[in-house]
Design a protein around this ligand. Structure first.
Ligand code: NI
Length: 256
C-alpha cells in the first residue's frame, strides 16, 4: 500500500470532487494520507479532514510565506490544535527565500518558534526549504531537530546537503519533480539517499509528475514517482512502496 506523506486536500482545487477522490484512494492502493497545514485557515480544514476520513492524518503549522499572519494569540491556538488526536507532525514550517515576503527575519523567527512548539508537544516536523539551504540547516541544528525527527519535504538540494540531513537522521520527501527530465541533481541525490530514509509525497495539488506534469496533482500519481525511484535505485517497485510505508509509519508513529 502507498503512504502519501504530503498533500493539501483542503485546497480549493479539490472543491469539485474532494469526497469522491478521497474515497477512491483505498481501491487505488493508498491507505494513509497526511494532510499538511500551511496557513491558519488550512490548519482548521486539515483538522476537519482528519475527523471526516479515517485514513487522513494531519500536520499543523504555518508555511514560511504565510508567517506574516502569526502573532502570540494565534500561535497559542496552533499549539492547542496539536493536541488533536490525529495530528502527527508540526508542518509545514521552514524558510522560503524564493519570494522576499515576509522578510527573512520574520520567517526565521516563526520557524524557530514552531520548532519550539514541536519540541513542546513532542511531534516530528515537516520542513519546507526553498533557496534557503544553509539557514535551514543552521536553524535545525541549533534547535537540535535531529531529536525531534523530521522530513525535508520536496527535497531539492544536492547530494552534499543530503549528507548533512542524513547526519541529523532526517527523512527526505520525494515527489513529482523526480520524474522531470531536467532533475539531474535530484536524481543524483536520490541515488545517494538510502531507501529507508525516503518518503513518498505529492504536494497535491501542485507538482504533478510526468506524464501529468502541469495538471492538478493527486495521490493517484504516486506510482509514477515510486517507479522512478525504483529505476534510479535498481530495486522493485513493490519494495519502494513497502519500505517508504514503513519509513513514514516510523517517523509519524502511525501503525497501519
Ligand atoms: Ni506542501
Amino acid at each position: 500500500m502507498i503512504f502519501e506523506s504530503h498533500a493539501h486536500y483542503d485546497d480549493e482545487a479539490f472543491d469539485g470532487d474532494r469526497d469522491a477522490l478521497l474515497r477512491s484512494f483505498k481501491e487505488n492502493g493508498i491507505d494513509v494520507v497526511i494532510n499538511v497545514g500551511a496557513s491558519l485557515k488550512s490548519c482548521v480544514s486539515t483538522l476537519e479532514l482528519t475527523k471526516q476520513y479515517s485514513f487522513v492524518y494531519g500536520a499543523i503549522g504555518v508555511h514560511p510565506s504565510e508567517t506574516g499572519e502569526l502573532n502570540e494569540d494565534n500561535f497559542r491556538w496552533l499549539k492547542d490544535c496539536c493536541a488533536s488526536e490525529k495530528v502527527v507532525a508540526v508542518g509545514e514550517i521552514g524558510l522560503d527565500y524564493h519570494y522576499d515576503e515576509p522578510e527573512p527575519a520574520v520567517q526565521k523567527k516563526w520557524f524557530e518558534r514552531q520548532l519550539g512548539l514541536a519540541k513542546d508537544v513532542g511531534l516530528p516536523v515537516i520542513i519546507h526549504s526553498r533557496e534557503a539551504a544553509k539557514d535551514t540547516l543552521d536553524i535545525l541544528k541549533y534547535a537540535d531537530a535531529g531529536n525531534l525527527g523530521g522530513v525535508i519535504h520536496c527535497y531539492s538540494y544536492s547530494r552534499e546537503t543530503a549528507r548533512e540531513y542524513l547526519d541529523m537522521d532526517f527523512y527526505f520527501g520525494i515527489g513529482g519533480v523526480i520524474t522531470f527530465s531536467n532533475a539531474k541533481k535530484l536524481k543524483e541525490a536520490v541515488e545517494y539517499i538510502p531507501l529507508n530514509k525516503i518518503l513518498l509525497e505529492t504536494d497535491s495539488p501542485y507538482l504533478a509528475p510526468e506524464p501529468n506534469r502541469g495538471k492538478r496533482n493527486s495521490s493517484l500519481n504516486i506510482p509514477y514517482i515510486a517507479k522512478e525511484i525504483a529505476a534510479i535505485k535498481g530495486v522493485d517497485y513493490e519494495e519502494v512502496l513497502e519500505v517508504t510505508h514503513d519509513n513514514a509509519e516510523r517517523l509519524f508513529h502511525i501503525n497501519k
